[in-house]
Write a protein of this length. Structure first.
Length: 142
């Protein structure tokens, strides 16, 4: 599958369309029970439901943060191979979000996009991704 700006977002069906809706429905249901019968067992059930929902959310967020750290390391190594030493040094000023967005850029356009990003011409990760002409797919995103 060819990847581009329009289709690069990863929807993980078990997380986004199964677990999250089930946990959210459970929180709503236990909140309704707690509202109708504000006793310790229903309050405890609501707290537990909220805790499980937060835990489910954090499993996704923490996995993405760990993957972003790996992407940043991979990109720093790539910068050393693809960019001039001067531009690779300047690229250290990129924010983590900018580096993660630039991972999609082909080697041929990477230098130009980094220079534009550092010059403030590409304001955020969305602008960076939209400026990429030749995408390097990231098919292993969590």
């Amino acid at each position: 599958m060819e990847q581009n700006y329009k289709n690069h977002t990863r929807w993980h069906a078990p997380f986004h369309f199964v677990m999250t809706p089930i946990l959210l429905m459970h929180v709503i249901y236990t909140a309704k029970l707690c509202w109708e019968n504000p006793a310790w067992p229903t309050i405890e059930a609501l707290l537990l439901a909220i805790g499980i929902f937060v835990m489910g959310f954090l499993t996704r967020v923490n996995a993405l943060k760990a993957q972003d750290r790996t992407i940043r390391l991979e990109e720093r190594l790539r910068y050393r191979e693809v960019l001039s030493p001067e531009l690779a040094r300047k690229a250290e000023a990129l924010t983590p979000r900018q580096m993660v967005a630039l991972r999609f850029a082909s080697d041929g356009e990477l230098a130009e996009l980094i220079e534009k990003t550092l010059a403030g011409q590409l304001a955020d990760d969305k602008a960076i991704k939209q400026a990429i002409r030749v995408w390097r797919p990231d098919l292993f995103r969590v």
